[in-house]
Design a protein around this ligand. Structure first.
Ligand code: ATP
Length: 298
């Protein structure tokens, strides 16, 4: 199964240790910022009310000296657009996410956010306006209510429930004996993988970020929950710029833009219809997908 590269894995681990001890602690990114990352540039300033226009201008990056991990990336996402990143394992999809999230900086080229060089924006202001829905649901030991509220710590109970409704999570939560007060423990019996995803979608809806990172789950989920997730994602994606490492054909087809990456390079980009007529990599993928149903099994 695929996973994000180190930063997001670290994030997940630190999140679990920290929050099992202190629910409602400071945002986990603060820890990452102080322990792991380079400090912001001196002239960096916060950028408030990000609209979500994101542009990569000839971006190259490598984790280690030697060949580029990704090279010469050029693309533009308008505010509110959804962008599906598609490509074989090791192609560079997570690396693009790591660059957008500023876990790493480009070696060459520029990443512009709302037209500003992202290096000139403080990481904190950027990240408080970004949401993450990852395969690992980031749930901590605490009640369902607290887990959703982590998206926005000052949210009222009613706002938490509204977010849960928009995420198709309310009905299953209500069926639990103590509902929103159900405590999720380490082995959280009774909550399925799919329901965990609905909770993390509810949390992201509550956070209301202008930029969303979605690493779609690969695990197989029953058909009904899967439909609920798809519907919840439609609510979540609406009005936000989203970057999706997509595994479901439906998610890819409905993206505003599909970026196909191979060996760290963009080999095709466009909408589903545009890419189909090109009869290239995506076209082949799509036609084989029809037989195999699961996109990444190639
Ligand atoms: P997958 O679908 O398997 O997750 P991906 O398209 O997301 O793949 P990346 O995770 O971005 O691909 O990896 C791109 C390349 O960079 C791979 O060759 C990978 O081994 C390498 N790589 C990823 N993370 C690191 C790291 N932290 N340090 C060094 N190399 C890395």
């Amino acid at each position: 199964s695929r996973q994000f590269t180190r930063p997001l894995n670290d994030l997940s681990n630190q999140f679990n240790t920290l929050l099992s001890a202190v629910a409602g602690a400071d945002r986990v990114f603060d820890i990452i910022d102080t322990e792991e990352e380079a400090v912001d540039e001196k002239e960096a300033a916060p950028l408030h009310n990000i609209k979500g226009k994101i542009e990569f201008k000839d971006v190259s990056f490598s984790y280690e000296k030697g060949g580029d991990t990704v090279s010469d990336l050029k693309f533009k996402a308008e505010p509110g657009q959804s962008v599906a990143l598609v490509g074989p394992t090791g192609a560079g999809k997570s690396t693009i996410i790591n660059l957008i999230s500023r876990f790493y900086e480009p070696d060459e080229g520029l990443i512009l956010i709302d037209g500003y060089d992202s290096k000139k924006i403080t990481r904190e202001s950027l990240r408080t306006q970004m949401g993450f829905v990852l395969q690992d649901s980031f749930l901590f030991q605490g009640s369902i209510r607290e887990n959703i509220r982590y998206g926005r710590l000052d949210a009222t109970d009613e706002e938490v429930e509204q977010a849960a409704k928009a995420a198709n999570a309310h009905s299953f939560i209500q069926r639990l004996p103590v509902g929103y007060d159900t405590v999720l423990s380490q082995d959280d019996a009774g909550i399925s993988q799919g329901q965990k995803q609905l909770l993390s979608i509810a949390r992201a809806i509550l956070a209301d970020p202008s930029i969303l990172i979605l690493d779609e789950a690969t695990s197989s989920i029953d058909t009904i929950t899967e439909l609920k997730i798809q519907e919840a994602l439609q609510h979540l994606l609406k009005g936000r710029t989203s970057f999706i490492i997509a595994h479901r054909l439906n998610t890819i087809k409905s993206a505003d833009q599909i970026i196909v990456i191979e060996n760290g390079q963009i080999i095709e980009k466009g909408s589903h219809d545009e890419l189909l007529v090109q009869e290239g990599f995506y076209h082949n993928l799509y036609t084989s997908q029809l037989e195999k149903k699961m996109l990444m099994n190639y």
